[in-house]
Ligand binder design. Sequence first.
Ligand code: ZN
Length: 309
Amino acid sequence: MSQAGIHHVTAIAGRAARNIDFYTKTLGMRLVKKTVNFDDPGTYHFYYGDEAGQPGTILTFFPWEHAVPGRVGVGETEETSFRIPQSAVGYWTHRLLEKGVEADRAERRFGETAITFKDPDGMRIALVAVPGIEDEIGWTGNGVPIESAIRGVHSVDLLLKEAAPTGEILTDVLGFKEVGRDGSTVRFAAEGAPYGGVVDIHEVGDFLRGRSGAGTVHHVAFRADEAGQAAMAAKLRGEHRMRTTDQVDRDYFRSVYFREPGGVLFEIATDDPGFAVDEPLASLGGALKLPKNYEPFRSEIEAKLPELA
Ligand code: ZN
């Protein structure tokens, strides 16, 4: 049985070059895969993560050069958070300032310190200080020292009308437990998940609905192994009367999608085969990787993709 927790978060961005620049050079994440949107091969799909691109460390983007800005509202992910060592709060406060990123004053949530800011497309990001993770693996290839580097996804915060229906899916199907409340936010945690073990639901009642676009999250994926994924999908259909897609092969994992009761698109993604399936660990993200069916059209696809520098 694989670990529970978030596998990856996928969002929509504007200009591809600016997106790469921010996530690698400012936040120091590793670009672990450069491929195209399998449903729209004229568009990139970037995956950022830790050195090995482990499940639970991954943030991915569909960058559209002329994407219209989205608006976060009910039925969407409001914020995506990453784990940083407790001792790195000062480092990140200083680094963001130095890189011209306007961060809010650090705040306390569920007893943890969070630094919040927006990426260049307006997507809300937080760095959450977690004690005792200094010795975990981090990626230092982009100049962030090991003692301060991001250690995977911390959580997503979902902005929803009601917490209970989505909470039921998280607890009954996805391996989470309700662990606390802070104001209008209910926290769910996947016990023992090394990364991505937290989902917060910010319950707001009737509120403006979101609009998809640059700076908004497209979907949140949760971890499973092959058998676990099949069991989760069967449970969603059988006991929760929800529709799921068939399994889709995403080359680096296999996915089942469903829209949870609060309106957010969820995915269940397998840990296998991972990002080292088509290029060596040492050079992850170096070359443009295409799914097999697009390989014969590589030159046309490459000619259409935007410049990255
Ligand atoms: Zn996904």
